[in-house]
Ligand binder design. Structure first.
Ligand code: HEM
Length: 365
């Protein structure tokens, strides 16, 4: 046993001398997590990371069977669900983990927003986070089409149509996105390449930056959360915080398994581009608030098409979100600005209300 331990230590030394990886271990050992009344929100980033890892693992397994063409995609998923041992479970976990990840991602975003964790020097952490959110939503949008079923086909037609309202470049953008005039096998191939190559590569790069910045700056303490006098309270990241993280991750895994067993992913009928659009086309739930907004807007607002106004409004909201650390000057100088807190609350209320209206008021449309 002692010789084994000595051998392993020698191997670790050999590896460290060549890579310098020991510095990461030292960083982790030094890292601590502040304790105050908002500490619980620090678990959300790690939870999002765990769900992303589940996505990557199950996504790779799905790739062993999936075939990215209009002629074979639906059949390959059908085969996976019916014939491949535990294929249905892997596909269901991939779907449920995607949805839960979007939930924890939004909770992570709004918690760091309300706790003003975007203040410099964490502004770059925030910028990388907003881009990661964009990537996660694009993962969802492109993944939805891959099984090539009827609902996804028509939802993608409606979803891609929206790019057409972009002034000047609209026609060009929609062609690039669809790989032609309409949603077709070319769109499926494109979405597949984006989903399994482009987005994972971009996510890995940005996530690397995000996590490195979190290590570099440590966890922020929200304004007013720490006692003005006395020593700062904190717990070591390793092992105290990590063990709590692991308990959360195990719980998430149990929830994922239960959801997948009781509510397995559905497949529906195969997409038929020549069939009339079915009733009840709806996007994924996280796009519902935008879908519903565009539906409720009048045809024309001040002489401009309602949809154009809506899309421009969302583009401006996205820009506001991205630039928040630059716009919120008072918080940067250490004063917690109430205006920006109320704007964050208004955004949350708007998103929840429009999503609820989308599902409750017009469930059949
Ligand atoms: C795939 C997506 C993401 C992953 C895996 C991720 C992961 C993490 C982790 C592990 C932490 C440290 C623990 C914590 O504070 O929860 C963190 C911190 C942070 N994240 Fe994210 N994050 C993601 C997306 C986002 C988004 C969308 C935003 C906001 C726009 C964001 C902004 C931040 C900020 C500002 C911090 C520093 C918090 C502090 O110091 O108090 N992240 N992230």
């Amino acid at each position: 046993m002692a010789r084994l331990r000595e051998g392993l230590a020698r191997l670790a030394r050999w590896f460290d001398q060549r890579t310098g990886v020991g510095a990461v271990g030292q960083l982790v050992q030094k890292k601590d997590v502040p304790i105050h009344r908002h500490t619980v929100w620090y678990y959300l980033g790690g939870m999002t990371l765990f769900l992303l890892l589940v996505q990557i693992g199950t996504g790779i397994l799905l790739l062993f069977y999936y075939r990215p063409s209009a002629g074979e995609a639906y059949e390959s998923v059908q085969f996976l669900m019916a014939e491949v041992k535990f294929g249905w479970l892997i596909r269901s976990i991939h779907g449920w983990a995607a949805n839960l990840m979007i939930v924890t991602l939004f909770l992570h975003l709004f918690s760091v927003m309300l706790l003003k964790a975007y203040r410099p020097p964490r502004d770059l952490t925030w910028f990388s986070g907003v881009l990661l959110l964009g990537l996660a939503l694009t993962f969802g949008f492109t993944g939805y089409l891959l099984p090539w079923n009827e609902l996804a086909y028509f939802a993608t037609r409606v979803g891609t149509q929206i790019t057409e309202v972009v002034p000047l470049a609209g026609k060009f953008l929609i062609r690039v996105l669809r790989g032609g005039e309409d949603v077709s096998g070319a769109t499926l191939t494109r979405f597949y390449a984006i989903h399994v190559a482009l987005l994972p590569a971009a996510t890995a790069t940005l996530l690397g930056l995000h996590l490195w910045l979190v290590q570099k700056h440590g966890m922020s303490v929200p304004p007013g959360a720490a006692p003005p006098t006395g020593p700062r309270r904190a717990m070591p990241f390793f092992p105290n915080f990590l063990i709590r993280d692991l308990v959360g991750w195990l719980t998430a895994l149990a929830i994922l398994a239960a959801l997948s067993a009781y509510f397995p992913a559905e497949l529906g009928t195969k997409a038929d581009p020549f069939a009339p659009a079915p009733m009840g086309i709806k996007p994924e739930w996280y796009f519902m608030f935008m879908f519903q907004t565009l539906k409720l807007l009048p045809a024309h607002i001040l002489g401009i098409e309602g949809e154009v106004v809506g899309v421009l409004g969302f583009a401006l909201a996205g820009l506001y979100l991205f630039l928040l650390p630059v716009i919120d000057r008072p918080t940067e100088s250490g004063v917690s600005s109430r205006v920006f807190t109320w704007i964050a609350v208004a955004i949350i209320v708007y998103m929840v209300a429009l999503t609820a209206i989308g599902y409750l008021v017009n469930p059949a449309q």
